[in-house]
Ligand binder design. Sequence first.
Ligand SMILES: *Cc1c(COP(=O)(O)O)cnc(C)c1O
Length: 372
Amino acid sequence: MELHDQYGLTPVINARGPFTPLGVSRSTDRVASATAEALSGFFVMEELKDLADRTIVQVMGGEAGAVVHCTSAAVTLSVAASMTGTSESRIAALPNTEGMRRTVLLPAGHAIDYGHPIMQDIRLTGATPALVGSDARCSLQELEENLARPGVACLLLVSSRLTRGEDIPLAEAVAAAHRHDVPAIIDGAAQDFRIEELLGAGADLVTVSGQKYLRSPTAGLVIGRADLVRAVRAQEKGIGRAMKPSKEAIFGVVAALRARQEMNRPVWEQEQYDKVARFTERANGLRGIGAAIVPDPTGLPFPRARLRVDAAGAGMNAAALARALQSGSPQIWVMAHDQEKGDLTLELIPLTDPELDVILSRLSELLRPVPD
Ligand SMILES: *Cc1c(COP(=O)(O)O)cnc(C)c1O
């Protein structure tokens, strides 16, 4: 809280998950001190990038890995790599794509907006995105037909709770791309816990966020085929200049990856479950609230707390409750994407017990019966 006091900033309890407008995640002291220590040193940056490469491969798998500024940058540079390879003249030419394959296919339901449209990450390279299928459905046959078109640079798939429509089997979509000699990129920004599965689907490159569940400083990781990762790194002489990793981010990522490697997954997963169970049990006593433990829709290994708001019992609907939580002090932010259905969802991973107490006491104040 020191910085909040020092600069008069709004205190926030973030139960919305790794949300960019709220500062995404909380780093551990170990990551913070590695990051701070980096700031006062000079380094041969290529050595740092090689260190990141080795650490990513050890902890996450793949043939090679690179750190770039963020996941948005990772998507842009992965697309660029698929168009240019390591050709210096092509890298220098972007976003002029003359003479290159320049169509980037993606299922229509994967054209997500995570605060800005992923389509713009593609267009930034000079490529032309082409949507396949509809928001509701993109069949493998439709993908296959489009992959046969001339000039396809890559297939971009997204693994996120933000995608729309029927799930697309990733391994089969990747296999279809490979039948047409087209590389497949999967954006799994928040899917670092499922990286093995995404690489296992055969993806040529997977992009992952450092600052989301890995809890490093802001960074994007690109993991996969060695030649394509080299081509991503080579973009720093071109459009990647504005998307480069800082020395402190690289040290922070390396420390966060080491922590992930040493993490006792079963113990951590049990702790997350227990925390959500304790919270929902207490929330179930509140007027007009039905609380439940719900799994992550993408298969992340932790649950969230869902509050189903009965407007008549609670005296307000879910949207009004979310607004009221956000307008108090500290501001309490929850996931409100299903508020029309009467549901608010809370992600509790980074929160302390005193913060959970604040949320529950604010809820009970807001839901107190009006005295007559
Ligand atoms: C958060 C997110 C991004 C962007 O990540 P940044 O590191 O903020 O650029 C991209 N894709 C998906 C699916 C995301 O969830």
